[in-house]
Every structure is written in structure tokens, then in C-alpha cells.
Write a protein that binds this ligand. Structure first.
Ligand code: ADP
Ligand code: MG
Length: 623
């Protein structure tokens, strides 16, 4: 029989090196990882068998066995789940297939102390076995196939694969325990670990060991260790915080702690149980374009799928956990799940409930809610434009920074702080909070103490298109349209002849490059700024679309606003009434426009020309 030698993918080797030399104090998690994988494998086979009952021919009752042999210094974890063939072994146990694991690797710093903490933060799945074993043998047979395969490795860069012998499908993983890990060769210790981390696993977990009782007839004794009832089916009062946490780790394949747990049973026309968690750390694939939800669907305690788009909307894709329906048929296929009316009502009700729970948290636990918002706000806000029915509910729990510098506020907070006679919610959109704060367009609003909200997530531009007003107050961008900041009673200042002359000169010199030139009400310090005309696209939105090559036609010309009180504008205005001013102010006109673009965070249209104009002006003044 041939034995093939394979090298681990380079990244796996790095990871294994860490495991082999690990000083991580909670090495016991290896058992949780193996049991979790074994349970997943049983779930997968049960689901596959719904459409192909032949697969269960030789399977028997699903179970996980853990066999301890103190003398041989081995622990073997066996399941009768889906199993792995040769290709599976190579791709699942030889490469980094999981996003979580590759994120882990990206974060490895080389500083042992820091990296050890990462093990706890990211978890490392199967590879954690090399913290306690110096040799691992995986014997597996895939359901529906005849051949079994043996994968062997000492975790030092290589593994071998050869054909093996195995009755029935499933996987058996034999760990040869390291000398310094012999604490795990103890029945009581193993029992404790299983109880702590894996009590909620719904398949029976049996611990098999040599019978210490010399009188007994059997050489071995076997004991079922876990409780085995689905955690979500228990009543809340019977579940400890710890148990929720461990279940979350298992169901989410995550290692942080849940920041929120939502557990309830819906009774009525449609019956189902919900146990959902909000992570405390954003999952790595949160901004994956596929926007997949990961919540698992069960039917009467039987796992159906974790790939069910209709269970929760994409903007709640950070949620993890389980929905268990009493009404769907057990043999439901992926196709039957699509557009299924039971699924639709569950989805609508669960979504509303989650938003309601978030609203409660926002009221009761402000600091906790802000943490949630910082992690998941940008995702939740996708719902404002996607989910017409729940738009107002999502807007209500959305939070934004503002010029009031009061930290994150709700729209209701903003309205509460607004002067009675105002009917406008002002905002500015920008790429970052710093960029927003620097915007010259804010000057007049600050001077008049009118609060402006900062919208700094790309998603903000999109929902803003759908939401013209909130609670009867118009939402208005400060970089758009004419700003009417003065109290209605006060008369507008009249332009001087000089200012009018300057406006004329600028219009002639800039031509098509600007849509209009006008005196500004929003500037108090800066000389110029650009604003979008009432009917044009917002400047920031245009930039986002341009970045993604989604802009049809070119960028639109902007309105240039000049500040009549600014010293530079004043002296330019004095020049503007003199003969030949159009030519004399050619460079100055262009520089004013370029300056406004730079303040927007854009480049001048022609940076080289900009630099040469600036040099010639500096030469004139210093020369
Ligand atoms: P994860 O469980 O998060 O996917 P692991 O590192 O724990 O990551 O496992 C990697 C992969 O190896 C699993 O996704 C699964 O495909 C495969 N695997 C591990 N253990 C088993 C098992 N007992 N039976 C079948 N497949 C397994
Ligand atoms: Mg796993």
C-alpha cells in the first residue's frame, strides 16, 4: 500500500508551529473543538440523508465516543458522521479553509505572549490538537464511499495519507498525548471538560475507559457524559450564563463572548424557538459581498441547514444562533425553503423582535448599546434602504456623531436639541469623521450654533436617498443647495459692487468648471467652498460612485461659494473692479477653485498646473 507525503500549506505550518510550541494555558479546548467538529459531521450526514437515505445504511444512531487509554497514552474521538475522503482530508486538514483561521494567521505577531492570547480570541479548530498531542491519526470514511483513509501528522510541516480500514462511515481521531499534557489522561478531567464545554451537544457523548474496578467483569466502562437536550429547548431559568456562552462558541464557531442573547419561544399560529446571539467582536466576513446569514435552521430539534438566506435579512448577518421550527416538514430541502410562507413569517417576526430588543438595550444599557453600534451599526443601517417596512424602527435605533460633540446621538436626540422654529435636520457626509469635522461648509452652522450630524459610513449615502425626512423634519445636506441660515426676520445683506465684479470675473475665468459662483452663508473663515446644486448629486456620493466605477457620465460641475468677509476675497474683490482684471486674476481664479477641491479631499484637475501657478504667485510676492 502506498503512503503519500504532503507538505502543509505554508500558513498552516506557521499555525502548527505555534500550536506545537504553545504555552496557552487553556489547552483543554482541543476537546471542545474535536467534539464540535464531530457533532457538525453528524448534523451534515443527517441532512444529506434527507435526500439520499442510502447514506444511512451503515450509520446507526449518531453518537460521539471518546476512548481513553492511559497505558498507551492516547485519546480517540470517534463519530459516525459524514466523514472525509482523501480530497476532503487534504483540503480540510492541510489548508486554511476557514476565514477565522486565516484572520488568526494575519494577526500573528511573532510576540509569543500576544499570539497566545489570539488562540483564545480566534480559536484554531482542528489544529488545536497539536497543543496536547505529538502525533495525530485521523481515520475517516466518507458516507456513501467504500474506501477509508488514514491521515497522520506530528504537526511539524508534513502529513501522510494512505488507504485505511474502517467499518462504517465517520471519523476517528487518535491523539498520542505529549508527556507534558498527561493531565488529560484522566477520566475525571475529561469528564469535566466535556461537561463544561460540550454539555449542549445534542448527540450522546460517551466516555470509554478501562474499568478501574478490579471486581467488575467488563474490562471497559462506558458512560454517557453530556446532558444532550438541545439548549434552546430548555427553559431560560435552567440555563446558566456559562452554558449560553459555550453554546454560542459552538454554534457560531466563534471564540469571543456574546454581547447579547435573545432566547424565546413563539407560540400561536406558527411555533418556533429562537436562540440568537450578537457577537462582541465583528466576524471576519462581515463585509463579504455575499452578505450571508449564518443562523442555523432546525426543525423539531433536527439540524436542517446553516445556509438559509430567508431566515434573516442580510442587514442582521452578524447574528449567530438557532431558529427551530415546529411547523416545517423534517425532510424539507433547500429548494423548498425558498419563498416558503412559514419561513417568511418567521423571518419577519424574528427581525422585528431583534430590533425591539436592540431598542430596549439602547434605553437600558447606553454604554453597551454604543459598543454594539460601533461594531455593527454600518451593517444594520443597510436595513434603512432595504427594509421599507422597518425603516423607521431602524432609524430610531441608529446613532450618529455630530457637531454638538456629545458622542453618538439618535435622530430623536438631535430633534430634542433643535430650536423650536427649525424644521430641518442638517448633516454632512464624508469618508471619515476627521474629514467631516474639517469641512469648510460647516463654518456658518457652527457660528450660528446649528447642529450638524456627521454621516461617515459609505452606506449613509445610500439610505439618505430613500429617506427625505424623519418625524416630519427634512434631512438636508450642508454641502448642497443654498444655505438659508439666517433668521427669517433679518434682511439679507446686499452685495457690494466689488463683490459682484469678482463674481463676474470668476465666472468668466472658470467657465464650465463651475455651475455658478455666489456669496456664501455657510462660510465664516475659509475663502471658498464647493456645494452641490439642489438637483445635483451630493459631492461625497459622487466620489463614492466614482471610486467604484459606477458613475455614469462625468462628475457634475459644482457651485462655488465665496466668503465676502474673508480677507483674501476682499482684496480680490478690490482688484476685480480695475481694468483688465479678468486677465490679471486668471491664476487666482483657478487657484481658488483648486483650493476648494483640495479641501473636499480631491485633487486639483491639473496638479502640475496648480503647483506652477502657486509658485509664480509666491515668486511675485517674495521676489
Ligand atoms: P471549522 O469546524 O470551524 O470548519 P476546523 O478546523 O475545526 O474548522 O475543521 C476544519 C474542517 O475539517 C471542518 O470544516 C470539516 O470540514 C473538517 N472536519 C473536521 N473534523 C471532522 C469530522 N470529525 N468529520 C468530518 N469532517 C471534519
Ligand atoms: Mg471546528
Amino acid at each position: 500500500m502506498t503512503t503519500e507525503k504532503h507538505g502543509f500549506e505554508a500558513e498552516v505550518s506557521r499555525l502548527l508551529h505555534m500550536m506545537v510550541h504553545s504555552v496557552y494555558s487553556e489547552r483543554e479546548i482541543f476537546l471542545r473543538e474535536l467534539i464540535s467538529n464531530a457533532s457538525d459531521a453528524c448534523d451534515k450526514l443527517r441532512y444529506e440523508a434527507l435526500t439520499n437515505s442510502d447514506l444511512l445504511k451503515d450509520a446507526g444512531e449518531f453518537a460521539v465516543d471518546i476512548r481513553l487509554d492511559k497505558d498507551a497514552k492516547t485519546i480517540a474521538i470517534s463519530d459516525n458522521g459524514i466523514g472525509m475522503n482523501k480530497e476532503d482530508l487534504i483540503s480540510h486538514l492541510g489548508t486554511i479553509a476557514r476565514s477565522g483561521t486565516s484572520a488568526f494567521i494575519d494577526n500573528i505577531s511573532g510576540d509569543e505572549k500576544k499570539d497566545v492570547n489570539l488562540i483564545g480570541q480566534f480559536g484554531v479548530g482542528f489544529y488545536s490538537v497539536f497543543m496536547v498531542a505529538d502525533k495525530v491519526e485521523v481515520l475517516s470514511r466518507k458516507a456513501g464511499e467504500d474506501k477509508a483513509w488514514l491521515w497522520v501528522s506530528d504537526g511539524l510541516g508534513e502529513y501522510t495519507i494512505s488507504e485505511g480500514e474502517k467499518d462504517g462511515c465517520g471519523t476517528s481521531i487518535m491523539l498520542h498525548i505529549k508527556d507534558d499534557a498527561d493531565e488529560f489522561l484522566d477520566v475525571h478531567r475529561l469528564k469535566n471538560i466535556i461537561k463544561t464545554y460540550s454539555d449542549h451537544i445534542t448527540f450522546p457523548i460517551s466516555l470509554i475507559s478501562k474499568n478501574e474496578d478490579k471486581e467488575a467483569k467488563e474490562e471497559e466502562k462506558s458512560e454517557k457524559v453530556n446532558d444532550g437536550t438541545a439548549l434552546w429547548a430548555k427553559s431560560k431559568s435552567d440555563i446558566t450564563e456559562e452554558q449560553y456562552k459555550e453554546f454560542y462558541h459552538h454554534v457560531a464557531h466563534a471564540f469571543d463572548d456574546p454581547s447579547m442573547t435573545i432566547h424565546y419561544r413563539a407560540e400561536g399560529k406558527i411555533e418556533y424557538t429562537v436562540l440568537l446571539f450578537i457577537p462582541s467582536q465583528p466576524p471576519m466576513d462581515l463585509f463579504d459581498p455575499a452578505r450571508k446569514t449564518k443562523v442555523k435552521l432546525y426543525v423539531k430539534r433536527v439540524f436542517i441547514t446553516d445556509d438559509c438566506e430567508d431566515l434573516l435579512p442580510g442587514y442582521l448577518r452578524f447574528m449567530r444562533g438557532v431558529v427551530d421550527s415546529e411547523d416545517l416538514p423534517l425532510n424539507i430541502s433547500r429548494e423548498m425553503l425558498q419563498n416558503n410562507p412559514v419561513m417568511t413569517s418567521i423571518r419577519n417576526a424574528v427581525t422585528k423582535r431583534v430590533l425591539g430588543e436592540l431598542e430596549k438595550k439602547a434605553e437600558k444599557d447606553k454604554a453597551g448599546y454604543i459598543e454594539f453600534w460601533n461594531a455593527f451599526g454600518p451593517v444594520l443601517k443597510e436595513g434603512i434602504y432595504e427594509d421599507f417596512a422597518l425603516r423607521d424602527q431602524i432609524l430610531k435605533i441608529s446613532r450618529f456623531e455630530s457637531t454638538a460633540d456629545k458622542g453618538l446621538s439618535s435622530l430623536d436626540d438631535y430633534i430634542g436639541r433643535m430650536k423650536k422654529d427649525r424644521d430641518t435636520i442638517y448633516y454632512i457626509t464624508a469618508d471619515t469623521l476627521q474629514a467631516a469635522k474639517r469641512s469648510p461648509q460647516l463654518e456658518g452652522f457652527k457660528a450660528k450654533k446649528i447642529e450638524v450630524l456627521y454621516f461617515t459610513d459609505p452606506v449613509d449615502e445610500f439610505w439618505l436617498q430613500m429617506v427625505p425626512e424623519y418625524e416630519g423634519k427634512k434631512l438636508v445636506s450642508v454641502t448642497r443647495g443654498s444655505a438659508d441660515l439666517d433668521d427669517k426676520k433679518k434682511k439679507k445683506k446686499k452685495n457690494t459692487a466689488e463683490l459682484d465684479a469678482l463674481i463676474g470675473v470668476l465666472k468668466t475665468n472658470l467657465g464650465e468648471a463651475v455651475k455658478d459662483v455666489r456669496p456664501s452663508e455657510r462660510l465664516t473663515d475659509s475663502a471658498v467652498c464647493l456645494v452641490a446644486d439642489d438637483n445635483d448629486m451630493d459631492i461625497h456620493m459622487e466620489r463614492i460612485l466614482k471610486m467604484h466605477n459606477k458613475l455614469e457620465g462625468g462628475t457634475s460641475a459644482r457651485v462655488m461659494e465665496i466668503n465676502p468677509d474673508n480677507p483674501l476675497i476682499k482684496s480680490l474683490a478690490t482688484e476685480a473692479v480695475k481694468d483688465g482684471s479678468v486677465d490679471a486674476l486668471k491664476d487666482a481664479s483657478q487657484i481658488l477653485l483648486d483650493q476648494a477641491k483640495i479641501m473636499e479631499g480631491d485633487l486639483p484637475d491639473d496638479p502640475v498646473a496648480f503647483a506652477s501657478r502657486l509658485s509664480s504667485i509666491m515668486t511675485r510676492s517674495f521676489g
